[in-house]
Design a protein around this ligand. Structure first.
Ligand SMILES: [Mg+2]
Length: 173
Protein backbone atom coordinates (compact mmCIF):
# COMPACT_ATOMS: atom_id res chain seq x y z
CA UNK A 1 0.00 0.00 0.00
CA UNK A 2 1.45 3.30 -1.09
CA UNK A 3 0.60 5.49 1.90
CA UNK A 4 1.17 2.83 4.49
CA UNK A 5 4.57 3.74 5.93
CA UNK A 6 5.70 0.39 7.25
CA UNK A 7 9.35 -0.19 6.33
CA UNK A 8 10.51 -3.16 4.28
CA UNK A 9 13.31 -3.68 6.72
CA UNK A 10 13.73 -2.44 10.28
CA UNK A 11 17.03 -2.66 12.13
CA UNK A 12 18.70 -1.06 15.12
CA UNK A 13 21.53 0.70 13.32
CA UNK A 14 22.86 1.42 9.84
CA UNK A 15 25.62 -1.06 10.63
CA UNK A 16 23.05 -3.87 10.62
CA UNK A 17 22.51 -3.25 6.91
CA UNK A 18 25.18 -4.67 4.69
CA UNK A 19 25.85 -4.08 1.04
CA UNK A 20 25.21 -7.81 0.46
CA UNK A 21 21.67 -7.51 1.86
CA UNK A 22 20.78 -4.59 -0.37
CA UNK A 23 22.45 -6.23 -3.35
CA UNK A 24 20.08 -9.18 -2.85
CA UNK A 25 17.19 -6.74 -3.18
CA UNK A 26 18.68 -5.40 -6.42
CA UNK A 27 19.57 -1.97 -5.03
CA UNK A 28 21.93 0.21 -7.11
CA UNK A 29 21.45 3.55 -5.37
CA UNK A 30 21.08 4.06 -1.63
CA UNK A 31 19.66 7.34 -0.33
CA UNK A 32 20.98 7.96 3.15
CA UNK A 33 19.47 10.24 5.77
CA UNK A 34 21.88 12.23 7.96
CA UNK A 35 20.31 13.44 11.21
CA UNK A 36 19.98 10.71 13.79
CA UNK A 37 20.68 8.07 11.13
CA UNK A 38 24.41 8.33 10.42
CA UNK A 39 25.17 10.87 13.16
CA UNK A 40 23.33 12.43 16.10
CA UNK A 41 22.26 16.07 15.61
CA UNK A 42 25.05 17.29 17.86
CA UNK A 43 27.93 15.53 16.10
CA UNK A 44 29.50 16.55 12.79
CA UNK A 45 32.38 14.13 12.91
CA UNK A 46 32.82 11.29 10.45
CA UNK A 47 34.16 8.24 12.22
CA UNK A 48 36.14 5.48 10.44
CA UNK A 49 33.31 2.98 10.99
CA UNK A 50 30.94 5.18 8.97
CA UNK A 51 33.47 5.63 6.14
CA UNK A 52 34.01 1.87 6.00
CA UNK A 53 30.27 1.22 5.91
CA UNK A 54 29.92 3.64 2.98
CA UNK A 55 32.90 2.10 1.21
CA UNK A 56 31.32 -1.35 1.55
CA UNK A 57 28.44 -0.23 -0.69
CA UNK A 58 30.73 1.23 -3.31
CA UNK A 59 32.68 -2.01 -3.47
CA UNK A 60 29.46 -3.90 -4.21
CA UNK A 61 28.39 -1.46 -6.92
CA UNK A 62 25.79 0.40 -4.84
CA UNK A 63 26.08 4.18 -4.94
CA UNK A 64 25.58 5.88 -1.56
CA UNK A 65 23.86 9.28 -1.81
CA UNK A 66 22.91 11.66 0.99
CA UNK A 67 19.30 12.81 1.00
CA UNK A 68 18.62 15.02 3.99
CA UNK A 69 15.94 17.44 5.09
CA UNK A 70 18.55 19.38 7.07
CA UNK A 71 18.71 23.05 6.06
CA UNK A 72 22.17 23.66 7.43
CA UNK A 73 25.67 22.56 6.54
CA UNK A 74 25.45 18.98 7.79
CA UNK A 75 24.47 17.28 4.50
CA UNK A 76 27.40 18.99 2.79
CA UNK A 77 29.87 18.25 5.60
CA UNK A 78 29.08 14.52 5.58
CA UNK A 79 28.88 14.28 1.80
CA UNK A 80 32.29 15.90 1.37
CA UNK A 81 33.91 13.77 4.06
CA UNK A 82 32.44 10.59 2.60
CA UNK A 83 32.88 11.64 -1.06
CA UNK A 84 29.26 11.05 -1.96
CA UNK A 85 26.66 13.10 -3.78
CA UNK A 86 24.08 14.92 -1.68
CA UNK A 87 20.92 16.96 -1.52
CA UNK A 88 20.04 19.03 1.53
CA UNK A 89 16.62 20.60 2.21
CA UNK A 90 15.14 17.58 0.44
CA UNK A 91 11.67 18.05 1.97
CA UNK A 92 11.04 14.34 2.49
CA UNK A 93 8.41 12.85 2.30
CA UNK A 94 8.10 14.86 -0.92
CA UNK A 95 9.55 12.71 -3.68
CA UNK A 96 10.37 15.60 -5.99
CA UNK A 97 14.10 15.89 -5.24
CA UNK A 98 14.57 12.18 -5.08
CA UNK A 99 12.93 11.63 -8.47
CA UNK A 100 15.20 14.27 -9.96
CA UNK A 101 18.27 12.42 -8.67
CA UNK A 102 16.97 9.08 -9.99
CA UNK A 103 16.44 10.66 -13.38
CA UNK A 104 19.91 12.20 -13.40
CA UNK A 105 21.48 8.87 -12.46
CA UNK A 106 19.28 6.85 -14.81
CA UNK A 107 18.32 4.50 -11.98
CA UNK A 108 14.75 3.10 -11.90
CA UNK A 109 12.94 3.46 -8.57
CA UNK A 110 12.82 -0.33 -8.07
CA UNK A 111 16.60 -0.31 -7.95
CA UNK A 112 16.88 2.40 -5.28
CA UNK A 113 16.38 2.42 -1.51
CA UNK A 114 16.18 4.85 1.39
CA UNK A 115 17.68 4.35 4.81
CA UNK A 116 16.61 6.68 7.61
CA UNK A 117 15.35 6.97 11.16
CA UNK A 118 11.90 8.47 10.59
CA UNK A 119 8.64 6.90 9.51
CA UNK A 120 6.87 10.07 8.36
CA UNK A 121 9.75 11.39 6.30
CA UNK A 122 12.15 8.62 5.22
CA UNK A 123 9.88 5.59 5.05
CA UNK A 124 6.87 7.51 3.72
CA UNK A 125 9.06 9.13 1.05
CA UNK A 126 10.31 5.70 -0.07
CA UNK A 127 6.78 4.31 -0.11
CA UNK A 128 5.42 7.23 -2.13
CA UNK A 129 8.24 6.82 -4.64
CA UNK A 130 7.73 3.04 -4.79
CA UNK A 131 11.15 2.34 -3.35
CA UNK A 132 12.64 -0.07 -0.85
CA UNK A 133 12.87 1.37 2.68
CA UNK A 134 15.06 0.64 5.66
CA UNK A 135 14.23 2.10 9.06
CA UNK A 136 16.82 2.43 11.81
CA UNK A 137 16.42 3.40 15.42
CA UNK A 138 17.20 7.14 15.95
CA UNK A 139 20.69 7.59 17.38
CA UNK A 140 19.60 10.02 20.08
CA UNK A 141 16.23 10.93 21.54
CA UNK A 142 17.43 13.43 24.12
CA UNK A 143 15.32 16.18 22.58
CA UNK A 144 11.74 15.82 23.95
CA UNK A 145 10.22 16.72 20.58
CA UNK A 146 12.13 13.94 18.89
CA UNK A 147 11.11 11.52 21.60
CA UNK A 148 7.45 12.51 21.11
CA UNK A 149 7.71 11.98 17.36
CA UNK A 150 9.28 8.60 17.96
CA UNK A 151 6.24 7.75 20.10
CA UNK A 152 3.90 8.70 17.25
CA UNK A 153 5.82 6.39 14.93
CA UNK A 154 5.54 3.47 17.29
CA UNK A 155 2.42 1.84 15.73
CA UNK A 156 4.24 1.35 12.44
CA UNK A 157 7.30 -0.08 14.16
CA UNK A 158 5.02 -2.50 16.01
CA UNK A 159 3.20 -3.49 12.81
CA UNK A 160 6.54 -4.31 11.24
CA UNK A 161 7.48 -6.53 14.19
CA UNK A 162 4.12 -8.32 14.14
CA UNK A 163 4.44 -9.01 10.43
CA UNK A 164 7.93 -10.38 10.93
CA UNK A 165 6.70 -12.66 13.67
CA UNK A 166 3.83 -13.89 11.50
CA UNK A 167 6.04 -14.61 8.51
CA UNK A 168 8.53 -16.46 10.73
CA UNK A 169 5.70 -18.58 12.11
CA UNK A 170 4.60 -19.41 8.56
CA UNK A 171 8.12 -20.50 7.68
CA UNK A 172 8.38 -22.93 10.60
CA UNK A 173 6.74 -26.23 9.68
MG1 LIG B 1 16.72 11.70 10.35
Amino acid sequence: MKFWPVPHLMVDSIYDVSAETLKDFGVLLLFIDVDNTIAPYSDNKVYPRLSEWIEGFRKKGIEPYILSNNRGQRPKIFAKALSVGYVGKARKPSTKTLKRVLEEKGVPRERAAIIGDQIYTDVLCARLAGMFSVLVRPLSLKNPLLAARYGLEMPFRIIYKLRQRRSKRKQTP
